[in-house]
Design a protein around this ligand. Structure first.
Ligand code: MN
Length: 281
């Protein structure tokens, strides 16, 4: 199956989890290409099984829709963020990037709806600069903007950033670690809280997912990330994204397949329970 086919007539209604593509990479500082992420993930989704053996769940038993891509080409970053913010409907949003900046719009929309929203970030990078090359809204500052809006932040898999960014992370994030798994006590403290999950594909090791703008050595294995996500399967997830998939930098084409597997597994873990409304016949 492809994710896009999930949006066919007869698929679940507007309250279902929604995949939303954000083909945008205008502020990429090193290597562009994540604008082709959503399309590549959809294409790769045709090649993966809908069943996950470790989770023992099947995507064919999960109700979700693919809402297509947002019209963000040519927009300034602030306008892109605004477009993302307005796109967040009643169903669980699952944004596909695209550069990490898009997270700001999704979290702003959900924070207005859910008091006490907290964000869990899996990423090689802190993304805590105050500005980068003169820009306040870009992929290198996105988590700083969330902190500035008073959003509690948990940073996992972090292994790159400036000395100042790490100092800010230690002062202002709820938690920052090189490990991809949050400590059990922290997970317990987040149990009742609405949570937004943002996964930068570069949290994985470049040998696993080389197709990204700013690869960093010594990243996580897929199984480690999946274990970390499984630790949240009983939490209250109200939104999520997978960002920074940049297909042109992976001629072998593995990265979009890995990303599609991750989209499947996150849907299996976090989509609300309930049988899909399958069309008759
Ligand atoms: Mn990153």
């Amino acid at each position: 199956m492809t994710f896009l086919a999930a949006g066919a007539p007869g698929a679940p209604g507007p309250g279902a989890p929604a995949l939303i593509g954000v083909p945008y990479d205008a502020t990429a500082s090193f290597r562009r290409g994540s604008r082709w992420g959503p399309a590549a993930i959809r294409f790769a989704s045709a090649s993966i099984e809908t069943y996950s053996p470790p989770l023992d769940r099947d995507l064919e038993d999960v109700a979700f829709i693919d809402a297509g891509d947002l019209p963000v080409e040519g927009l300034e970053p602030a306008a892109m963020v605004h477009t993302v913010r307005r796109s967040i409907g009643p169903g669980l949003p699952f944004l596909l990037g695209g550069e990490h900046t898009l997270t700001l719009g999704a979290v702003q929309a959900l924070a207005a709806r859910h008091r006490d929203l907290a964000v869990l970030q899996w990423d090689a990078h802190t993304d805590l600069r105050n500005e980068y090359e003169g820009a306040a809204i870009c992929h290198a500052t996105v988590m700083r903007r969330l902190l500035d809006e008073g959003i509690p932040l948990v940073q996992l898999g972090i292994r790159a950033g400036t000395r100042e960014e790490f100092a800010i992370a230690r002062q202002r994030s709820l938690h920052v670690s090189r490990a991809v798994e949050a400590p059990p006590s922290l997970l317990e403290s987040l149990r009742e809280r609405p949570l937004y999950l943002t996964v930068d594909i570069d949290v994985l090791d470049p040998s696993v997912a080389p197709g990204t703008g700013n690869p960093e050595p010594d990243g996580a294995a897929y199984a480690e990330l999946l274990t970390a996500l499984r630790g949240l399967s009983r939490h209250r997830i109200v939104g999520m994204d997978l960002v920074e998939v940049a297909p042109p930098w992976d001629p072998g084409g593995a990265t979009p397949v890995i990303a599609a597997s991750l989209v499947r597994d996150m849907l299996l873990l976090f989509a609300p329970p309930g049988a899909p409304e399958r069309p008759a016949g």
